[in-house]
Design a protein around this ligand. Structure first.
Ligand code: GDD
Ligand code: MN
Length: 355
């Protein structure tokens, strides 16, 4: 068994492969190591890995995936499963993570008191110049702060839970507990397990070639990932419900202002919200529960039918509650919304996204 597997997730990093392999091989000289690329590229990165592997001084493998399941996080988990050794080091493929740091991670792990060793941009000797603009730096710091505030105990010893450069001892990790939808796989590991972490400082470099895949969409995915980790699916479902209610009122207000009769404004607002909520839930809440058994069309129709039935039933049920229990209509509205929330959540997890 190799002593260490270096896992490199890649998405269109062709021009960085040769330098990465050369520098990693030099840094790992004398150790029994392999490099494993997990590639979701649409360019010929995988071919380039094959070319470079042919004259590399250590084994270099590539897994090319066509479905991009789970994005970056999914790629890392696929790499952890396929690695030849239990000691795995995950690093980016764009040379923002200096391969020269590989021995420091291994040496720190050899001290024996940690299952995870992370390369941190925020401890002594670390450096964040590669983050680029002040805006990106600010966003990164704020996200780190928010994340640490949400997991005060599990992240107590981590200064940089979002780093993508870390060693993990796979034998200490139950891969089945990871839900690899997130961009931030280290955070997933630290938040869901009680692995012990140590850190070494790193200088975060500028990307060598190509462009970053960070985006607004990834930002949204990250916030959803945090909410799911911290409060579970139901909280995220509730958050989307609240956003939907506000949007619903906004649409109604706009339509009524534009002279559309109130009833039509209410119907259009409600239907638009039902569709919007479905799309958000599909993407952010139930992404890991989608199966091939039922396509998105069926899921949508089931969800749409349920929500319309529920909306249509709520008013008569409220009237019934007011009459039989002699409670105020405000209380009846509140109660019916709470019941509707749980009913909706249960219906979606047990029926729409049934395994
Ligand atoms: N296989 C695979 N699939 N690899 C991906 C995907 C994907 O969907 N998306 C991105 N990658 C690879 C990139 O090719 C690169 O090697 C690495 O993941 C990081 O992606 P970048 O596009 O360079 O993102 P970044 O520089 O903004 O993010 C990095 O910094 C963050 C900390 O600021 C990553 O290291 C993150 O993991 C890290 O948390
Ligand atoms: Mn990068």
């Amino acid at each position: 068994m190799a002593q260490v597997t270096v896992i490199v997730p890649t998405y269109n990093e062709r021009d960085n492969v040769a330098e990465l392999v050369a520098r990693a091989a030099a840094a790992l000289a004398g150790r029994d190591a392999e490099i494993l690329f997990v590639d979701d590229s649409t360019d010929d990165t995988a071919l380039e890995v094959g070319r470079v592997a042919a004259d590399a001084p250590l084994p270099v493998r590539v897994i090319h995936r066509d479905d991009n399941t789970g994005g970056l996080g999914g790629a890392v988990v696929a790499g952890l499963k396929a690695a030849a050794s239990d000691i795995c080091i995950v690093m980016d493929g764009d040379l923002q993570h200096p391969p020269e740091l590989l021995p420091a991670l291994l040496d720190r792990h050899d001290e024996g008191d940690a299952d995870v060793v992370a390369a941190s941009r925020y401890i002594g000797g670390g450096d964040t110049s590669g983050l680029g603009t002040a805006v990106r730096f600010g966003v990164s710091r704020a996200a780190t702060w928010l994340t640490k505030a949400m997991f005060p105990i599990r992240l107590a010893r981590s200064t940089d839970p979002m780093t993508g450069f870390f060693l993990v001892d796979r034998s200490r990790l139950d891969l089945a507990t990871l839900k690899p939808q997130g961009f931030k796989i280290l955070l997933e590991i630290l938040a869901r397990t009680d692995l012990r972490i140590a850190e070494v400082p790193m200088e975060f470099a500028e990307r060598r070639h190509g462009t970053s895949k960070a985006s607004m969409r990834q930002g949204a995915t990250f916030v959803a990932h945090l909410a799911r980790l911290r409060f579970g699916k139901m909280s995220l479902f509730a958050l989307i419900g609240v956003i939907g209610a506000v949007v619903n009122l906004g649409i109604m207000w706009l339509l009524v202002e534009a002279g559309i009769p109130y009833v039509w404004a209410a119907i259009i607002g409600a239907e638009a919200t039902i569709v919007g909520n479905f799309l958000l839930q599909e993407r952010f809440v139930f992404a890991d529960m989608r199966t091939d058994a039922r396509g998105i069309g069926i899921r949508f129709l089931t969800s749409f039918a349920f929500n319309n039935a529920e909306a249509a039933l709520r008013i008569p049920v409220m009237a019934l509650m007011v009459e039989t229990w002699h409670i105020s209509s405000v209380l009846a509205t509140g109660l019916s919304l709470i019941v509707a929330f749980f009913a909706r959540f249960l219906f979606h997890s047990l029926v729409v996204y049934a395994p």
